[in-house]
Design a protein around this ligand. Structure first.
Ligand code: NAD
Length: 260
């Protein structure tokens, strides 16, 4: 279905991005893997995608908070895989602290990665997408693009910013075959969350089931985590013809969180 297309999934060495990269490769897209991590593990992942799905995959460990490094990344992609047809802006980080204590450098870093890097990647891919009259930009936002939680000011501000940016790009490129949407997951089951459950249960002296239902998933009515595979499948769907008229939306995958 996506054979011959070039996709870039930022932050695809881990978690949600890794699952999305795998799903797009399975659908036949060539792939740029980006993010940080253990070099041997990343190379094993890259090689397995090529072997399992017969696609071409390259790894670029670009730090997306560095604007000139983003420029260089696109030159390298263009030379090695051609222009990007599918852009998934997924890389993101979190920091939890009251506003008055929020470290200024953490604020700047979160805005740079979770918001501004999507502007920089998007401005690079739009000319080619518009000229060929086809392109898909999928921003992995969050339920926090739609509602807030205390102590996550930078993250919530960046994700609300991504919501506005998604709608703007969708309107600007609508007549050129480009679709821009945001996926807004609630809590997603990643190894990181597994660790949090065990640690919180220990710290509070309550069962892991209690932590899951009453702490982490207190806002998520289904009391079930979203899985990385579900986010990946939905992201893939947004690249298919069935999704051609989905544009400028903020698609919730949160078990009903923001319906409350
Ligand atoms: P993760 O920590 O597993 O993965 C984050 C990825 O971003 C990694 O590949 C990491 O190396 C990369 N990264 C970090 N800093 C970077 C930088 N400066 N430059 C380039 N890459 C960088 O996280 P995840 O849970 O898979 O989250 C992925 C996205 O999904 C984030 O945008 C996050 O906000 C969003 N999200 C996550 C959840 C959740 O519950 N896990 C819920 C909603 C939204």
């Amino acid at each position: 279905m996506l054979q011959g297309k070039t996709s870039l999934v930022t932050g695809s060495t881990s978690g949600i991005g890794k699952a999305i990269a795998t799903r797009l490769a399975e659908a036949g897209a060539n792939l740029v893997i980006n993010g940080f991590g253990d070099a041997t593990e990343i190379e094993a992942f890259r090689a397995s995608l090529e072997k399992d799905f017969g696609i071409k995959a390259i790894y670029l460990g670009t730090d997306l908070t560095d604007v000139s490094a983003i420029d260089d990344m696109f030159s390298e992609i263009s030379a090695k895989l051609g222009a990007v047809d599918i852009l998934v802006n997924n890389a993101g980080i979190q920091h939890v602290s009251p506003v008055e204590d929020f470290p200024v450098e953490k604020w700047d870093l979160i805005i740079a990665l979770n918001l501004s890097s999507s502007f920089h990647t998007t401005r690079h891919v739009l000319p080619h997408m518009k000229s060929q009259k086809w392109g898909r930009i999928i921003n992995i936002a969050s339920a926090h693009a739609l509602v807030a939680s205390p102590y996550k000011s930078a993250y919530v501000a960046a994700k609300h910013g991504i919501a506005g940016f998604t709608k703007t790009v969708a309107l600007e490129a609508a007549k050129d075959g480009v679709r821009c949407n945001a996926v807004c997951p609630g809590y997603v089951h990643t190894p990181l969350v597994d660790g949090q459950i065990a640690d919180t249960a220990k710290a509070r002296g309550i069962s892991e089931e209690d932590v899951k239902n009453n702490v982490i998933l207190s806002a998520q009515p289904t009391k079930e985590f979203v899985t990385v595979e579900q986010v990946a499948e939905f992201t893939h769907f947004l690249c298919t013809p069935a999704a051609d008229q989905i544009n400028g939306t903020l698609m919730s995958m949160d078990g009903g969180w923001v319906a409350q």
